[in-house]
Design a protein around this ligand. Sequence first.
Ligand code: SAM
Length: 197
Amino acid sequence: MLNEIALKYGTDKSTVKHGYTLFYDMHLKHLTKEHIKLCEIGVAYGSSLKMWREYFRNGEIFGVDNFGSFFDPKDKSEIVESLEKRDITVLDGCQTDESVYPDVDWDIFIDDGSHLQEHQQRTLSFMLPKMKPGSYYFIEDLHSRKNHKSIYPRTLKVCKRFMKTGVWISPVNNTKQIVKTIKSMEIYEDKLVLIKT
Ligand SMILES: C[S@@+](CC[C@H](N)C(=O)[O-])C[C@H]1O[C@@H](n2cnc3c(N)ncnc32)[C@H](O)[C@@H]1O
């Protein structure tokens, strides 16, 4: 079970903190033996990527992080090395830079990065249309109020409005395309899952 693996690696997705593992297990356990391609934004110390590596033994696992100045360069290289040993690919860059991501048909995409509303909405706007039909797109920490005085509304508000009205209102330039690519959406407190058409 995913939570046991999360506890082993100490990620805050476990029931000790956020309890996200129960939610992920519910949506993803049927894929554990498949050759899935997963990308998570937010490597930090690598705990959740190690968890995904063990959960999806046959999968390809990627992590994206811009490793801000609070990461000691020595720590950063140790983190990257220990993940690469486990066959996890680390991509170094900002989550909103489309060129950071290789051309992969993702089955599972997780945004646990900056938690800025603008970053969540911009990343989704270019990533979701490129994903595989039936793939899963998760966003964590929707309750975060980090906004950098942005013109972007709260992602939680954008998604709740979409569920009610079918309209996507966000300052990205492909809102109609986004609407077409969402087969379904579920919001659970501070996290959400979208299923791609
Ligand atoms: C909450 S931590 C990730 C925790 C990790 N997923 C886990 O569960 O163990 C968030 C990470 O996002 C990274 N981050 C912050 N802003 C980013 C950005 N603009 N692009 C990519 N990564 C970013 C931070 O460096 C940090 O490592």
